[in-house]
Every structure is written in C-alpha cells, then in structure tokens.
Design a protein around this ligand. Structure first.
Ligand code: NAD
Length: 500
C-alpha cells in the first residue's frame, strides 16, 4: 500500500492522461479499416476513457502479413542475440520510466487498485522483459554423443509469427508474459489484447519501437474476440497462439488451429485452486491473512485465486473466524486512492454474473459467513464486496466453477487423504496451497496434487524462474521461466555424415 503523503495526485494525472486507442501495425498508428471503434469504460464510475479502434479481419491479416514479412526478412529473427538483448533491455527501461502511466491505464480500464499496479503488475512486467532478454543467449541446442563418422547437433530456432491473445485481469503483465519470450526467441508478434483493457498493450507497442525495435515486429490489434481474436488464431500465417483467458475460449483456440494450419497452441486458462489447511499449520493467523489475499486480491479476478479453502475439521471454526477478520481488510473503494485494497469488478456484466453466483451458492445450501453485495452507494461502479461461504460441499457449483470475483468457499476435510481427494476433484488444475509444519505431509500432498503450481506455507509468492501454468482444463502452456522461452522456439536436428 502506498503512503498517501508521498503518492502522486492520481486523479489529476488521470484527468491529464492522453490515451491512444489506434491500432499499431508496421510501426504506424491507424484507425480500423472500417473506422469501427469500441468504447473503453471505467468500471469505477461508468465514465468513458476513450474510443479504441476495433481491428477488422482485414486489419489482423495485414498485421500478420507484416509480421511474417519481417520474420522472413530476418530484421529481428536473425539479429545478433546481443543486439536483441540490448533493445529489450532498453524496452524494459522505457516501461520503467512510464510506470505511473501504465499503472493509471490498467487501473482506469479494469479497476485494479493503483497500489497493486505499482507493487505487482508494473515491476512484474519490467522483470519479465529483463528476464527474457537475459535468457536470449542462455538457451542452446545440444550436440548428443555422436555415432562414428557423424556429427549430430540440435538447434533451437524461432517459430515465426506468434499471435498473443490476452485477458483483462492483468492487462499489462499478461501482455509482457506472452510478448517478451516470443520476441526474445526471435519471433514476430501480433498481440490482440482484451476488449476491456487494451491501452497498456498499445503503449507497450509504442515503447518497443522507441527502444529501437524494428517496425512490424511487434504489432498490436485491439478488437473483439470473436472477430479479431478468431482471425488471428485461424490465420494460416501464424505459427503459434499464446493464449491466456477462460477455458471456454481456450477450447476454441484448439478448434481454430485444427481448422487452419495446426499451429501450436499454448493456453493458460481458468482455475478453482484449493488451499489445504492442516491442523498442524504453524501460524493460522498468517495462513488466514495469506489465504484472504489469495481470494480477494485483484478483486478475486485472478486465475490462480485460492478460492476453495479446504480446512481440517478440528480447526475449521477457528480458521473461519480468522478468515472473516482478514476479509475486513478488503473494502471496495476508489482504486485511484493509494489506500484502497479492492476496486470494482471489470464491467457490469461480470458484476451481475458474480452476484448471481453468490445467490446460487446460497440457494444450493452454502452459508455465507461474510456476505458480499453490490455497493448501493456507488450505483455507477461495478463493486462487489468480499463473500465467504461455509457448509460447502465439493460438488456445489461454488466449489466447481470459477467465479473470478471476491468469493471463497470453505470446505471441511478430515485429513490428508481426504484433502487430496477433494483438491483433485476438479476439472481444473492450475495451483494449490498447502499449510502444514510437517515436511512429510507437505511433500506428500504436493506430489499428489494434480496441478501445475504448489505453494507450501505461502501463496502466489515466487519469482521469474517459476514456470507458470496448469494441468487439466487449466491449460498446458507455461509462462515465465526458461519454459516460456522454449515454448517460443522449436528444435531442428542436423545429422552430418562426416565421411560423405
Ligand atoms: P476470455 O476468454 O473471455 O478472453 C480472453 C481473450 O480472448 C480476450 O482477448 C478476448 O477478446 C479473446 N476472445 C474472446 N472470445 C474469443 C473468440 N471467440 N475467439 C478468439 N478470441 C476470443 O477471458 P477474460 O474474461 O478476458 O479473462 C478471464 C479468464 O482468464 C479467467 O478464466 C482466468 O482464469 C483466465 N486467466 C488465466 C491465467 C493463467 O495464467 N492461467 C491468467 C490470467 C487469466
């Protein structure tokens, strides 16, 4: 949380903000070919931020053709890796210089508290670009032990054109997670950001050019998913789709790929992640604080939100009391106020969906011990306050479906085996938390969980070396870490006959 005394006048800065919503194709800023736009709206008060160009299929195809031409021409793909590194490092520096602008853009468009932008999204984005730039010449091929009379080497080469399709919940950071490894590996990129929050993606495109990135290597085409996103993912000229979003739309990506050129699809999808609390957790107070942050941070609009809280019977009531107390720290308010811990949800439709899931959970028999609701004093804002349910069974909708809002469900368990069974009884498999002092329990549970990420006695902490992604219907791609770089390249085996 920021100290109000030293924080800038965010409202003043917001009033002066000049956002550019035009498409970025081949280094040029342009309107959509048919002049179409959509309106970017502030979910805090319903005010209009600006009009954003809505890319048509022709615009997307143009961006892809330019990206392909640049790739084939080698201006980026064949640039010396150290030179690519220098440009990406400059890119990271420029992002850092505009930290406040990036923070404002995402906060205004999707409602995230400005303090979270400054402590998580902006530094996380800069770190991503730097990490991927540092890794450029650290990833190599191999030269396996040779057969007599032969030399065999395996090269890693870029894929070509990578289409990135990103969600609105971490607009800037998700764009960096996708774009930075794709560029670092030498690919050209076309990025289609989410309709609700496109402006920070466009600013990233501008700064890449300012950093010396060649025009047409990184293009940004905001637009409607079913039009612009579908065109990108269906293109015969795109070699890979790097997608983050809902599981439903993620399925479509595989469909588009199968009906076009069988491009690679790496998808980061939804989740319903369990937090397992055992009797012997060392500090229940701390666990409750971290668990609450894992549900209510970013208004619960987090893929890895630990929204299924599996608590051992003996400490169930005590833990619910602690959790209730921690929930009080999350009070919806003006996200531009540095003291605010929770902003509005992204838009009215999403607010309505979250409120109806709360009603439905009660109708199915769950008991709210923290009751969330819309904020009647701010009818123009899309606020929903925290909700916690108990008396939940794992087959209830609230335990099976992603809410993507500030709603947690506490489920009682009677020990390790039961907890593992409940945790894995989900179509999703993104993340999990385990709280125990016992090493054997911790590692046994971690080993048995069907998910891509496990935190023990913590949640969502870590660094760039962690491969980020899921199992099962949470998708199979990996962001962050060397894995992301590897997903943006392919191997080529070269077998040389030496006596030929
Ligand atoms: P979404 O699936 O609605 O949209 C994601 C992107 O896909 C947007 O750019 C959208 O315009 C585009 N899109 C929508 N329909 C499309 C179509 N028919 N064809 C092509 N593109 C289309 O998701 P969202 O609401 O923006 O984001 C929330 C979801 O993202 C949640 O389910 C969340 O769990 C997930 N998410 C996952 C991760 C992760 O790392 N696993 C991270 C962040 C968010």
């Amino acid at each position: 949380m920021l100290d109000r005394a030293i924080a800038p006048d965010w409202h003043g800065l917001a009033a002066d903000l000049q956002a550019d919503g035009r498409l970025l194709i081949d280094g040029d800023w342009r309107d959509a070919s048919e002049g179409e736009t959509f309106t970017s709206t502030n979910p805090t008060d319903g005010s209009v931020i600006c009009d954003v160009a809505s890319a048509t299929p022709a615009d997307v195809n143009r961006a892809v053709a330019v990206a392909r031409e640049r790739f084939d021409g080698g201006v980026w793909s064949k640039m010396h890796p150290r030179d690519r590194n220098k440009i990406l490092m400059r890119f990271a520096d420029l992002i850092g210089q505009l930290s406040a602008t990036f923070a404002l853009l995402d906060t205004l468009e999707m409602g995230k508290p400005i303090s979270e932008m400054l402590s998580i999204d902006v530094p996380g984005s800069i770190l991503t670009v730097r990490f991927m730039a540092e890794c450029i010449d650290k990833v190599g091929g191999a030269c396996p032990t040779n057969a007599p009379g032969a030399l065999h080497y395996i090269q890693r080469q870029p894929l070509g054109v990578v289409g990135c399709i990103t969600p609105w919940n971490y607009p800037m950071m998700m764009a960096c997670w996708k774009v930075a490894p794709a560029l670092a590996a030498g690919n050209s990129v076309v990025l289609k950001p989410a309709e609700d929050a496109s402006l920070s993606a466009l600013l990233l495109g501008r700064l890449f050019l300012e950093a010396g990135g060649p025009a047409g290597v990184f293009n940004v085409v905001p637009g409607v998913g079913a039009t612009a996103g579908k065109t990108l993912a269906s293109s015969m000229q795109v070699d890979r789709i790097a997608f983050t979003g809902s599981t439903g739309v993620g399925r479509l990506m595989y469909d588009y790929a199968s009906k076009s050129n069988l491009k690679r699809v790496d998808a980061e999808l939804g989740g319903k992640s369990p937090q397992i609390i055992l009797n012997d957790a060392r500090d229940l107070q701390k666990a409750a604080a971290v668990v609450a942050r894992g549900i209510f941070g970013n208004q619960g609009e987090v893929c890895s939100a630990g929204s299924r809280i599996l608590v051992q019977n003996e400490i169930h009531d005590q833990f619910c009391d602690l959790l209730k107390k921690e929930a009080e720290a999350f009070v919806p308010g003006d996200p531009l106020d540095p003291g605010t811990t929770m902003g509005p949800l992204v838009n009215r439709a999403h607010q309505t969906k979250v409120l109806s899931m709360i009603d439905n959970a009660a109708a199915e028999g769950a008991s709210a011990f923290v009751q969330g609701d819309a904020d009647v004093s701010s009818p123009d804002g899309c606020f929903v306050s925290p909700t916690l349910f108990r008396n939940v069974t794992n087959d209830m909708t609230i335990a099976q479906q992603e809410v993507f809002g500030p709603v947690g469900a506490v489920i009682a368990h009677d020990g390790i085996e039961h907890a593992i069974r409940l945790a894995n009884d989900s179509p999703y498999g993104l993340a999990a938390g385990v709280w125990t002092q016992n090493l054997t329990s911790a590692h046994t549970i971690a080993s048995e969980l069907q998910c891509g990420m496990v935190w023990i006695n913590g949640y969502m902490n870590g660094d760039m070396t962690q491969p980020w992604g899921g199992w099962k219907e949470s998708g199979h791609g990996r962001d962050k870490s060397m894995d992301a770089l590897l997903e943006n390249s392919q191997t080529k085996s070269v077998w040389v006959t030496l006596d030929g």
